[in-house]
Each structure stands twice: as structure tokens, then as C-alpha cells.
Write a protein that binds this ligand. Structure first.
Ligand SMILES: [Zn+2]
Length: 54
């Protein structure tokens, strides 16, 4: 029942980046190195603003 999808997340720095919704690893912003998502069990906890579910 796990859905795999990408989220488009906007970081504080203005960078928009695609983040895997079920990421098993910490995802950092490629521009400022801030953590955008981190794994919490089955779903990633997303920081920053989710613009769109891809
Ligand atoms: Zn950033």
C-alpha cells in the first residue's frame, strides 16, 4: 500500500527540488544544503513548502 511519488518542494532559499516521497535517506537542498526531507518510517517528513505532488 506504499505509494511512491515525488513531491516538488520549495526550500527557504528559493530553490525548487523534487523529493521522493518515500525517501529512505535524508534529502538536502542542492543549493543551500538545508535538509528538505528525512525518513520517518514509511514516509519522508518534508520540510519546506510542498508545491506539487508529481
Ligand atoms: Zn535551499
Amino acid at each position: 500500500m506504499v505509494k511512491s511519488k515525488y513531491l516538488k518542494v520549495k526550500c527557504e532559499c528559493g530553490n525548487e527540488q523534487n523529493v521522493f516521497g518515500n525517501s529512505a535517506t535524508v534529502v538536502k537542498c542542492i543549493m543551500c544544503d538545508k535538509v528538505l526531507a528525512e525518513p520517518t518510517g514509511s514516509r519522508a517528513k518534508v520540510y519546506g513548502k510542498i508545491l506539487k505532488v508529481l
